[in-house]
Ligand binder design. Structure first.
Ligand SMILES: O=P(O)(O)OC[C@H]1O[C@H](OP(=O)(O)OP(=O)(O)O)[C@H](O)[C@@H]1O
Ligand SMILES: O=c1cc[nH]c(=O)[nH]1
Length: 178
């Protein structure tokens, strides 16, 4: 794996997430109905960090849920005979809530399509919004993020590698070639 360039370090990631937290508050005129749901795997620590920033900024607790989209993937039959399912955990009512889905990278949009499908099994939210740390383009579905840490134009040969302290031991975003 060849690292082509680093596009975010720890400070830049923190600033992006702080800005996204401010945008979530602004766009929704408060946090009363907001619930964060992280998409496994790296969407989960990102959702928890956003919740911490929302608490710092507004002194309100915003619950975080976890969504495992494995069984909802449109390529499930081709990726693996025994997919690893870690499970979803949403222990709040999403009925009438504004759910902000959180993920690290938005690319084709297929993960988000699956996440919307998976979320709907938990109820009928008032609205679903989308927050991603990196939007790298190349959408294959009509999906757009409401909150973006950084737009990174890429070629299809490149891969965005998001590393997080919680899962990878460091905070960084790199463009790599495989
Ligand atoms: O818009 P898409 O084309 O669906 O791509 C984006 C998804 O790809 C990555 O997940 P990946 O499937 O690599 O699994 P991971 O989260 O376990 O790294 C990333 O975390 C997003 O969830
Ligand atoms: O470049 C990409 C594309 C999808 N998911 C990633 O994590 N990186």
């Amino acid at each position: 794996m060849l690292v082509k360039s680093q596009i975010m370090d720890k400070d830049q990631m923190e600033r992006s997430l702080q800005r996204m937290a401010h945008e979530i508050i602004e766009q929704n005129r408060g946090l009363e109905k907001i619930r964060l749901v992280g998409i496994r795997s790296r969407g989960v620590p990102l959702a928890e960090r956003l919740s911490s920033y929302l608490k710092l900024i507004s002194n309100q607790e915003v619950p975080v849920g976890i969504l495992d989209i494995t069984l909802y993937r449109d390529d499930l039959s081709t990726i693996s005979h025994q997919p690893v399912i870690k499970g979803s955990a949403i222990d709040f009512d999403i009925e009438d809530a504004v759910v902000v889905l959180v993920d690290d990278v938005l690319y084709t949009g297929r993960t988000v399509r699956a996440a919307i499908d998976a979320l709907m099994d938990f109820g009928r939210p008032k609205q679903i919004q989308l927050a991603v740390l990196i939007d790298r383009g190349h959408r294959e579905l009509p999906i757009k993020a409401d909150y973006v840490g950084k737009n990174v134009p890429t070629s299809k040969e490149e891969i965005i590698k998001v590393s997080l302290e919680e899962t990878d031991g460091e905070d960084s975003v790199k463009i790599v070639l495989v």
